[in-house]
Design a protein around this ligand. Structure first.
Ligand code: 13P
Ligand code: ZN
Length: 275
């Protein structure tokens, strides 16, 4: 049995390939990380090599000290993950100060974890805290229609959330807390990581203007499903806006309130404003 037969590694590879097939990962676009469970670490330990080469994360994540992550490599292509995982992805361990990492498996032809590692780890740190450890997946994708909308909708979480909710009845059930927005920023560093992780305190999705989105979830299905639902509703909105600037009819605030009762979700009133 190889490392690619271990369940969580299989799930990671499948999700990377699903994202590729959706068209969200041109070239090396996007990145994925998974916070490995303790019992899963023991399933893959046999594949680790000795490594004392501790590298700077570029930010501090003290609450992730000594945790292990499966992460895509910087500059690696999602389309290659399924055919050569050992070249494209890696397992890293965070040190006991939460400032450094070392690579224990993968990237066997060289390289380093994604340039968005600061955002991934800061998001994991926030999500681990607010979900009592349940959230394990952080996903960054270059979702075409969400990116397109960041050129025509105001970069306001109230407007984005409401417009996306209106595009399909189940949207508010899938992302009842809405979506947050990070205005355009230089990617790949600590500053954008700080802004994104602030959003993750409250939301499971951060839209990066003119760039893509970050989604967080408990497992691969929920996280991929969340990104997929949001991107699909963005696609519908792009189609609607392409046909007309004015919708003839849509789902009304009171209808959202009724939906919330029947589906047992809480929809923040700030998104149910009168238009
Ligand atoms: P990486 O190849 O370093 O993961 O970067 C891709 C990306 O989407 C940056 O935002
Ligand atoms: Zn990106």
């Amino acid at each position: 049995m190889g490392i690619a037969d271990v369940n969580f590694v299989k799930g990671f590879i499948r999700m990377a390939n699903d994202g590729w097939e959706q068209g969200w990962h041109e070239r090396n676009g996007g990145n994925l990380s998974y916070r490995i469970k303790e019992e899963e670490v023991s399933e893959v330990k046999q594949f680790f090599h000795e490594n004392d080469n501790w590298m700077d994360i570029g930010t501090e994540v003290p609450d992730l000290a000594n945790e292990y992550f499966l992460v895509t490599g910087s500059g690696k292509y999602f389309r290659n993950v399924i055919i050569d995982p050992a070249d494209s992805i890696c397992i890293i361990k965070v040190d006991d100060t939460g400032t450094k990492y070392c690579i224990l498996w993968g990237l066997e032809n060289g390289g380093r974890p994604t340039s968005e590692l600061p955002s991934h780890l800061m998001n994991h740190e926030v999500k681990k805290k607010v979900s009592d450890g349940r959230y394990r997946v952080i996903y960054h994708a270059h979702t075409t229609n969400i990116i397109a909308l960041t050129f025509v909708l105001p970069l306001d979480e109230k407007i984005f959330t409401r417009e996306l909710w209106e595009m399909a009845t189940e949207c508010p059930v899938v992302f009842p807390s809405g979506v947050g927005i990070v205005p355009w920023m230089v990617p790949g560093g600590r500053d954008i990581a700080i802004e994104t992780s602030k959003i993750m305190e409250q939301y499971d999705v951060a839209v990066w203007a003119h760039h893509g989105l970050f989604a967080a979830g408990e497992d691969f299905d929920l996280t991929f499903g969340l990104a997929h639902t949001i991107e699909k509703s963005a696609e519908i909105l792009v189609k609607v806006l392409s046909m007309t600037p004015n919708k003839l009819q849509t789902i009304q605030p009171d209808e959202f309130r009724r939906l919330a009762v029947d589906f047992g979700v809480t929809l923040p009133e700030r998104f149910l404003y009168k238009k």
